[in-house]
Design a protein around this ligand. Structure first.
Ligand code: ATP
Ligand code: FE
Length: 337
């Protein structure tokens, strides 16, 4: 079975070809245009998808060395995401499936961030059901109970900002360019994580909150800069390390709570923030520190990519779980809906 997968939910245009559960190609075109605006501009994102989609799909097929006539189905991201961006991928996937007369398969982007763990790879472990998944990305922060491939229950989620947003907004306060998450990660490696103790929010249950952190960072920097105008330049690495440490503490605390509450010790992460070296280390360490079995996606499968859409496409293909040709993109699309 050959699946062509298309992802266009935010600012990356991506296409992948899978042979069953193996990835043959996974092409991602990043949109540089948003950098100068300090965030994703929806209108520009959809235009860039229009420009990128044909060459990206061509490249994915060429790299996989698969003729489009050999494809079994087209999978695409139906949502959640930016409507204008989703429409480009949805329309393209529909047209191609009609042209080739093969099935169309809609995929929930957040399920894909979780099911990425079922991509076949000799060096990666695969969880068994049930397991816990923490999706940490630019738009979401959720702890999900995964009962089966497509049977998931959200146990907790952020009440305000997503963790990726917390990284990006903190970076903006430090004068770093968008997206700031990877830069904080890089600078944090050289800093002292305990230099500045930022307060952790008090949130009940398995929910999260990140908006207060941003405010306390802002006040802290303003106060320090008043005393020493060069405070940020002189202490940037320590500030980054402290911000990242606080965020990781929040994430790990809730994960631990979820493990204790459910008794499930298989823990997976997914989403762009799963690329963070700190969370990858903390989770890996939990194997011997807490006796968990942990699942960390390969780096390139953390941030948005079509390979993760392809694996869900393949799993749905096996069930003949196809979409009607009048399916519409869905900007808000909750797991399990
Ligand atoms: P969603 O998946 O919720 O719809 P999205 O698709 O826009 O949101 P992703 O591509 O999954 O988001 O993740 C992007 C986020 O990941 C950004 O906020 C980015 O800063 C963050 N990120 C990427 N790499 C790192 C890193 N190394 N450390 C911290 N954050 C990172
Ligand atoms: Fe994403």
């Amino acid at each position: 079975t050959y699946i062509l997968a298309i992802e266009s939910s935010c600012d990356d245009t991506s296409a992948a070809v899978l042979a069953n559960d193996k990835v043959l190609s996974n092409v991602v075109a990043n949109q540089e245009i948003h950098r100068k605006y300090g965030g994703v501009v929806p209108e520009l994102a959809s235009r860039a998808h229009q420009q990128n989609i044909v060459p990206v799909v061509h490249q994915a097929l060429a790299q996989a060395n698969i003729d489009k006539k050999a494809l079994s189905a087209i999978a695409f991201t139906r949502g959640p995401g930016l409507m204008g961006s989703l429409l480009v991928g949805t329309s393209f996937a529909k047209s191609m499936s009609m042209g080739l007369e093969i099935p169309l398969i809609e995929v929930n982007h957040m399920q894909a961030h979780i099911l990425v763990h079922f991509i076949k790879d000799e060096n990666q472990k695969t969880p068994t059901f049930p397991f816990l998944a923490m999706t940490i990305s630019g738009g979401h922060t959720q702890i999900v109970l995964v009962k089966d491939f497509l049977e998931m229950e959200i146990l907790g989620q952020t009440l305000d900002d997503a963790v990726g947003e917390a990284f990006d907004k903190s970076a903006k306060l430090l004068g770093l360019p968008y997206p700031g998450g990877p830069l904080i990660d890089k600078l944090a490696k050289k800093g002292n994580p305990r230099a500045y103790p930022f307060p952790k929010p008090k949130v009940d249950g398995l929910n999260f909150s990140f908006s207060g952190l941003k405010t306390s960072i802002l006040y802290y920097i303003q106060k320090q800069t008043k005393a020493n105008p060069n405070f940020l330049e002189e202490n940037l690495e320590d500030v980054c390390a402290s911000i990242q440490y606080t965020i990781l503490e929040i994430l790990m605390e809730k994960l631990e709570k979820a493990v204790n509450q459910t008794g499930i010790k298989q823990v997976a992460i997914g989403g762009g923030v799963a690329a963070n070296s700190g969370i990858r280390n903390r989770l890996a360490a939990a194997e011997h520190e807490k006796g968990w079995q942990t699942y960390i996606p390969k780096f390139e499968f953390c941030t948005d990519n079509a390979a993760m859409i392809g694996i869900v496409g393949y799993l749905k293909y096996l069930q003949k779980n196809f979409s009607a040709k009048n399916v519409v993109a869905k900007a808000r699309y909750v797991i399990g809906e």
